[in-house]
Design a protein around this ligand. Structure first.
Ligand code: 1GP
Length: 236
C-alpha cells in the first residue's frame, strides 16, 4: 500500500506523474495487448480505470490482462460502486465536492464500504471538483450536479481547501472527459499554491503541450483519456 506515498514523494521531489485513463466501455479486450504495448512506450506512470457509466462488465478481466504485460500501478477511478475491482492496486475514493448531490457526496461511498472491506485496495480519499468547461460532459449528466463556474476562482479554491480540511488526500480538478477546453492554467496555479496535498488535473487535454502547461502551472498528476483513446500513437 504505497501508491499514495509515491504520489506524495513525487510532489515533494517535483517529479511529475501521468495517468492514462481507460474506460472499460470503450475497450475491446482483444486490443488490450496493443494498448499495453503503447502504454509501456509512453511516459505514463499510472493507469486509471473507470468511467461515468460502465455498462460492460470487463473490469476484472481488463485489469488481469493489463497486469500480464505491464507493471504500472492500476488505480480505480469509479463512477459508482459497481466499478470496484479487487484486481486493481488502489482506488480514488471520490467525493464530488463541487456538486450538491448527496449520492455523489456520501451515499455511493457508504454503499461501497462493504465491497471495499473485502478487498486489499489502497483507498485514497479524493476531493473531486468539476469545473464548467464548455458543453455538458458525462460527469455532469450522470451525477446530476452543476459544475463550478470557471470564473469564480475564489470559490473553486475554497472548495479545494474545504476538501483538504475535510481530510482528502488528493484534489482532482476535472474539466470532464472530452471537455471542450481544459482547466485554465491560472486556476491550476491558484489551487496548487494554496493546498498542501497533491493536485490531479484532467479533462480536455488534447496535446503534449497541454500536459506540459498543466505541469508548469502546478499539477502533480495529469490524466489523459480521450486523446489516447482516439489515437494510441498520441505519445509517439
Ligand atoms: C476524465 O480527466 C479525465 O475524467 C480525462 O479526460 O478524456 O478529456 O482526457 P479526457
Amino acid at each position: 500500500k504505497n501508491i499514495y506515498n509515491h504520489i506524495l514523494k513525487s510532489k515533494i521531489e517535483n517529479e511529475k506523474l501521468l495517468a492514462i485513463l481507460l474506460d472499460p466501455d470503450k475497450i475491446d479486450l482483444k486490443n488490450v495487448t496493443v494498448l499495453i504495448e503503447k502504454i509501456n512506450q509512453s511516459p505514463a506512470t499510472h493507469i486509471f480505470i473507470g468511467g461515468s457509466l460502465v455498462r460492460n462488465n470487463i473490469i476484472d478481466d481488463l485489469i488481469l490482462k493489463i497486469k500480464l504485460n505491464c507493471d504500472l500501478p492500476i488505480v480505480l477511478f469509479p463512477g459508482n460502486p459497481s466499478q470496484i475491482s479487487d484486481q486493481a492496486d488502489a482506488i480514488l475514493f471520490l467525493s464530488l465536492i463541487s456538486g450538491r448531490n448527496p449520492d455523489f457526496l456520501i451515499e455511493h461511498q457508504v454503499q461501497a464500504v462493504p465491497i471495499l472491506k473485502q478487498t486489499n485496495l489502497e483507498v485514497i480519499s479524493t476531493g473531486y471538483i468539476l469545473i464548467k468547461s464548455g458543453t455538458q460532459t458525462a460527469v455532469e449528466r450522470v451525477s446530476k450536479t452543476k459544475p463550478l463556474d470557471r470564473n469564480n476562482t475564489e470559490y473553486i479554491l475554497q472548495t479545494a481547501q474545504a476538501g483538504e480540511l475535510l481530510g482528502n488526500k488528493l484534489i482532482y480538478l476535472e474539466a470532464g472527459s472530452g471537455a471542450d477546453y481544459p482547466i485554465p492554467k491560472e486556476m491550476i496555479k491558484l489551487v496548487s499554491q494554496n493546498i498542501e496535498i497533491p493536485l490531479i488535473v484532467g479533462g480536455g487535454i488534447v496535446d503534449l503541450q497541454g500536459i506540459q502547461k498543466a505541469y508548469d502551472s502546478g499539477a502533480d498528476l495529469v490524466v489523459i483519456g480521450t486523446a489516447f483513446e482516439n489515437d494510441i500513437n498520441f505519445f509517439n
